[in-house]
Design a protein around this ligand. Structure first.
Ligand code: CA
Length: 221
């Protein structure tokens, strides 16, 4: 009989703690999807970029050639951002491989890193050709044969050297660098983007006005 009040207090305390934990988790989830602000913008050293390297705002796209949303983002949002902010020198865009879909993600990313090293000027053409080659549906499509075909379709890519470098995994360090960034910035879905140090992920990645607000606040407008 004497123990019952104590048990009740313990039970209430546990419930209160559980509720507090739940609130903290929910609040963190919200701040995740509405733009977590990091202390620093990601370093884009060694990453392919589009636009003026001295642009005041850098957008880092965490993308995956296997991800349908990334294809859509690449084909709709990148050209829009180029027209609105990149051509005027206000924004540069960098791309970081986010390999969430296994060997196909890895192979496409490796090929892109090798092409970037071969000739940075043709990187974006190859990058766009990879996304263009992504079929509808979830079937396997990134194979060495397909990479070879895509490489042959892009002017300026040395396909023979590319296929040899793929065999030798020459740019594995770059893939590791990208994976570290994915982990450092807690990227858990693709595409996710960072506008300087502001993370935009989930459905907000497809909200152009939201992205514009972030860019314009960083530009001080
Ligand atoms: Ca990279």
């Amino acid at each position: 009989m004497k123990k019952s009040p104590m048990k009740l207090i313990v039970a209430i305390t546990l419930i209160v703690i559980a509720l507090l934990v739940l609130i903290v988790v929910l609040v963190n989830q919200n701040s995740g999807s509405f733009g977590q602000v990091f202390d620093d913008a990601p370093s884009i050293e060694g990453q392919p970029t589009l636009g003026d390297p001295d642009a005041p705002v850098t957008i880092v796209e965490f993308g995956d050639y296997k991800c349908p949303g990334c294809k859509a983002w690449n084909e709709a949002f990148v050209p829009q951002l180029e027209a609105d902010y990149v051509e005027s020198g206000q924004v540069q865009i960098a791309y970081v491989n986010t390999m969430f879909q296994g060997e196909e993600s890895r192979l496409a990313s490796l090929a892109a890193e090798i092409v970037y090293e071969q000739n940075p000027d043709v990187y974006w053409d190859f990058h766009n050709a990879l996304f263009a080659a992504q079929p509808e549906g979830q079937g396997v499509w990134v194979t060495e044969d397909r990479i070879e075909e895509i490489a042959n379709s892009v002017d300026g890519v040395d396909t023979e050297a590319l296929m040899e470098d793929i065999e030798n995994n020459t740019k594995i360090d770059e893939l590791e660098r990208d994976s570290e960034m994915v982990s450092d910035y807690n990227v858990n879905s693709t595409p996710s983007i960072m506008v300087n140090n502001i993370m935009i992920d989930g459905e907000e990645t497809f909200n152009y006005e939201f992205i514009q607000e972030a860019i314009e606040s960083e530009l001080g407008e």
